[in-house]
Design a protein around this ligand. Structure first.
Ligand code: HEC
Ligand code: HEC
Length: 380
């Protein structure tokens, strides 16, 4: 009885081996999900994983949509839901740094409109640079597509390459970053969903981060609501707005925008009279042109309440310090911007009430929704 039983199972086993060995037809393409190792002839049954990321639609706030051209999205890096989500995860990923302790958000914190409240950020080796970190928002409308205080890198993708390898920042080398992500249990699949391959490379990493950065949009301040007819300005805020726009008053708008340029920056380089001589050459270090000495990229005036300290070297702690600079603190140097026309008397000479009003207006550019938007927070 027992022997018969054993023989019976033996026959079943043998027949399985035989059928699989003899299988002549099936899917012979190794890249198919139903690739059949045993098949010798392809029968057209191959099935492939569909790589089909979902397009991401950027919601452009009314004031930006009204007056600005469409945001700039490079053709070789379109926004996708999967790409933006991966970029967000990578922005908060500490594996991008040499000792796995820092991510981009270490120096670009959401509650500070993605800048660092410290005058100078500290990298993984405890080293500090000599420039204040920059806030990150509305970058898809920076049509010059140049980044850093001196504009030394172009494209958002190109910029993201730098902090990873910068010795005073994340101090890592790209092959290590890629190896760490490749060995992770989640990343290879996530990259495959975005780029169609699970073989990660540094270009894919910076592309994903750039996709996330392009979604960091700030356009819902009190002043935006005022322009939409949803909020009223106080008399002091309105007076401050007029001082900002008045060529014989504060005269700020040429460089810092107006309702028709609601980025509140021209994204160009100017010397705004901080110093008579320069240790940090600014734009000159990039162009080699002495006419660019001491010129730095104009920062946006949105979200100032979150982005202190101010200027490329974070020298001013408060908005009052900044207004005092433009009012009476201007220093002459050969590359001083011609708009700083009152340099002979130190500046635009605002009286105490004007200063209060100008500050009240600047604070209407605060966008609380931006710093609390859950879409931009740490997903890990
Ligand atoms: C150790 C702090 C630190 C870390 C970490 C860091 N940054 Fe920065 N970031 C800075 C500083 C400082 C600047 C300004 C440097 C300059 O102009 O020379 C800056 C500038 C930038 C700018 C330029 C913005 C503009 O408008 O021109 C972008 C974009 C940026 N960082 C993105 C990133 C990304 C993405 C990461 C992560 C991959 C990152 N940063 C990590 C400190 C840091
Ligand atoms: C000629 C162009 C120009 C004009 C006019 C101008 N600014 Fe600026 N502003 C700049 C530049 C450039 C910087 C950055 C300079 C640096 O860091 O070296 C700056 C920096 C600032 C900052 C610091 C923002 C930050 O995040 O660090 C504030 C605030 C500011 N300006 C407000 C004003 C006000 C208010 C006026 C009018 C009274 C004004 N600016 C007029 C070009 C200008």
């Amino acid at each position: 009885m027992r022997t018969v039983y054993k023989i019976g199972w033996g026959i079943v086993g043998l027949s399985i081996v035989f059928t699989s060995c003899r299988k002549p037809k099936g899917c012979t393409d190794e890249s198919a999900i139903n690739y059949d190792v045993e098949a010798v002839k392809d029968d057209g049954s191959c099935e492939y994983e569909i790589y089909d990321p979902t397009a991401y639609s950027l919601e452009t706030p009314y004031t930006l949509a009204q007056y600005l051209p469409d945001p700039f999205i490079p053709e070789d890096n379109p926004l996708t839901e999967e790409g933006v989500a991966l970029g967000r995860k990578l922005f908060y990923e500490k594996k991008l740094s040499g000792d796995n302790t820092q991510n981009c958000a270490t120096c670009h914190k959401q509650e500070n409109a993605f800048t660092d409240p410290a005058q100078f950020s500290t990298g993984i080796d405890g080293l500090q640079g000599d420039r204040n970190a920059m806030p990150l928002f509305n970058m898809a409308w920076n049509f010059n597509d140049e980044y850093f205080w001196d504009g030394r890198t172009s494209t958002i993708e190109g910029q993201a390459h730098d902090p990873v390898v910068n010795p005073i920042e994340m101090h890592e080398i790209w092959p290590n970053v890629v190896a760490k992500l490749q060995a992770d249990s989640e990343y290879p699949t996530l990259f495959k969903q975005v780029f169609g391959t699970d073989q990660i490379d540094s270009l894919m990493v910076v592309k994903a981060i750039a996709q996330f950065e392009r979604t960091l949009i700030s356009g819902n301040s009190k002043f935006d609501k005022y322009l939409r007819g949803e909020a009223q300005l106080t008399p002091s805020e309105l007076s401050g707005y007029n001082i900002f726009m008045d060529e014989s008053g504060g005269d700020c708008f040429h460089c810092h925008g107006d309702p028709y340029n609601p980025l509140w920056t021209d994204n160009l380089y100017h010397n705004n009279g901080l110093d008579a001589t320069f240790t940090d050459l600014g734009r000159e270090a990039v162009t080699g042109d002495p006419a660019d000495r001491g010129k730095f990229k104009t920062p946006s005036l949105r979200n100032l309440v979150y982005t202190a300290p101010y200027m490329h070297d974070g020298r001013f702690q408060t908005i009052d310090d900044v207004i005092n600079h433009y009012s009476v603190g201007l220093q002459y140097s050969p590359t001083l911007d011609p708009l700083m026309k009152n340099v002979g008397v130190g500046g635009v000479q605002l009286n105490p009430q004007d200063r209060l009003d100008l500050k009240a207006f600047l604070l209407t550019l605060t966008d609380e929704d931006f710093v609390t938007n859950p879409k931009f927070s740490d997903p890990n």
